[in-house]
Write a protein that binds this ligand. Structure first.
Ligand code: SF4
Length: 209
């Protein structure tokens, strides 16, 4: 129980809330745009994208875990920017699929233009079962889009730091976009439905036994 001497102040958390929610609200309209696909969509369930376009508000969240992840990103990005990395580096490319032009958008956490090195930052609760396949895949998509040969995937966890070097392998990005446009792979990973924000309204929802 709280002591009588402690009074809730409600000063700092609202600041975090406003900043964090503003970023999500600013993106809401774009989430409805059927011509825009994000790099993270390429490594996710195709039906999730369809549901997110129909119900974008359901993706709004203010969870401490996600906020902590953002703060970790911001902290490490500041260190990297002092070392010559360009942080939150935007990547955008057009692809034609089924006769329709789509814009693939993403932002790599850090890119060093001289070293030709891409860095993806992940925060996690622990060091178990790393690196995750979908994180490596996401980094591979960025390496392919930027035509860069080498990337680093770093995990920041309370247990420790993990850092993996990833060499570029050729990925058929157009084929991946096609799986989304045609809603062909739902879910893409066996664990995905468990954490999906749309599972209660999804007819494909699969729960591992
Ligand atoms: S519940 Fe599963 S199948 Fe449905 S959208 Fe989410 S991840 Fe995809």
């Amino acid at each position: 129980m709280l002591s009588k001497e402690y009074v809730s102040s409600e000063i700092i958390v609202p600041l975090i809330y406003r900043k964090y929610m503003k970023e999500q609200l600013d993106r809401l309209e774009e989430l409805r745009n059927e011509r825009i696909i994000y790099v993270t969509d390429l490594v996710s369930c195709s039906h999730k994208l369809k549901l997110r376009r129909l119900y974008p508000e359901l993706s709004l969240r203010f969870e401490p875990g996600a906020v902590i992840g953002n703060l970790i990103h911001a902290g490490l990005e500041e260190i990297l920017s002092e070392e010559g990395y360009q942080v939150e580096y935007p990547v955008e490319r057009g692809f034609e699929v089924n006769g329709v032009e789509y814009i693939l958008k993403g932002r790599v956490d850090a890119f060093h233009p001289e070293k030709k090195l891409v860095v993806e930052i992940k925060s996690s609760r622990d060091t178990q079962n790393k690196p995750h396949e979908h994180h490596v895949y996401q980094l591979q998509v960025y390496l392919n889009l930027l035509e860069v040969d080498k990337g680093i995937l770093i995990y920041i966890t309370p247990d420790g730091f993990l850092e993996y070097s990833v060499e570029r392998e050729k990925i058929n990005i157009k084929a991946l976009i096609k799986t989304l446009v045609n809603d062909e792979i739902h879910p893409r990973w066996s664990w995905e439905c468990r954490y999906c924000l749309f599972r209660r309204i999804c007819s494909y929802a699969y729960v591992e036994k």
